[in-house]
Design a protein around this ligand. Sequence first.
Ligand code: OGA
Ligand code: NI
Length: 377
Amino acid sequence: MAGSNNGRSRLDDSSEYDRKSEVQAFDDSKVGVKGILDAGVTKLPRMFLHNQPVIENKLDSDAATKFSIPVIDFEGLRKNAAQRADIVQEIRDACENWGFFQIVHHEIPSSVMEEVLEGVRHFHEQDTEVKKEFYSRDVTRKFTYNTNYDLHKAPTANWRDTFYCVMAPNPPNPKEIPKVCRDVMFKYMEYVMKLGLTLYELLSEALGLEPNHLKDIECAKGLFIAGHYYPACPEPDFTLGLSDHTDSGFLTILLQDQIGGLQVFHKNHWIDVPFMRGAVIVNIGDLMQLITNDKFKSVHHRVLAKNAGPRISVASLFRMQFQEGSESRLYGPIKELLSEENPPKYREPSRKDYIAYLYNKGLDGTSLLSQYFKLQK
Ligand code: OGA
Ligand code: NI
């Protein structure tokens, strides 16, 4: 409770507070969260403090024993039709009930996964002056780095720096990507694209569609990669690494390191997504929920701040960005899935509209889908 003296909230100072100036000064400094930590902060600047102490629902031992996110083994995928059908069934269950799953025995080599996590680390740990050149909120650039893409819109800042790299449909000129992570970004992107295409086949089948359906409607056309860096946090109970949100694209393929902290909201509990060596995490995004007319779920998730770190993760989002043309393309529920009993639940935003809404809204815990695109009953 804000204002209580249980020591859990630090937002009990009701004096005048000019949040806008604090955020602007921090943004102008271009040093990122890592920069202020390196400078020696031991108390969180006010802009990072969440209204509600986040510790209260961090530990949910009840949930930890009741639920665990599905793990799907791709080993049998190319062995025979029966094993493939089992995998399709597991994927259907996971997408309908969880919106999240982990995959083991996929085709991304562990060495490449380790290398890309290291590449992200190297980018964030290079000299601040070099990094500053990339600090930007210009969404038309192919490679940028900043603290929270929604810093000026969201109610509270998160303890995290991120670089963003637009990889498809038009890959960047190699020179646009910093040297410290250039080669591995291209290498990793090839594997992610391949796994994405495999997933779209399986998801299409899970929806009862032709295997090429999701690919043919260009779900794999746009891809951008976010390299997150969550520095160790001096006061992890008062902020988050990444606020409660749903992902905006069709599908996200995520790598996390062993620090942990990712949680998924499932049946009214925050469930930890444990680190599994060699596994990748996959989750459904809002666009997939929209085109499947709510069959597949885009679920809320967040990342806790931790004393330990830095935590590194790499999120590959299948979604077009601003750059690539065909802005008038519409995204709507797939006609083959609709019927009299299952009428469309969403309108069909153009890509341009969708992205405009997205970037106009900070991560405030509400969903873009229900707020803007859901049809009224
Ligand atoms: C994201 C995300 C989780 C993580 O980038 O959308 O949810 O573990 N990332 O960094
Ligand atoms: Ni996410």
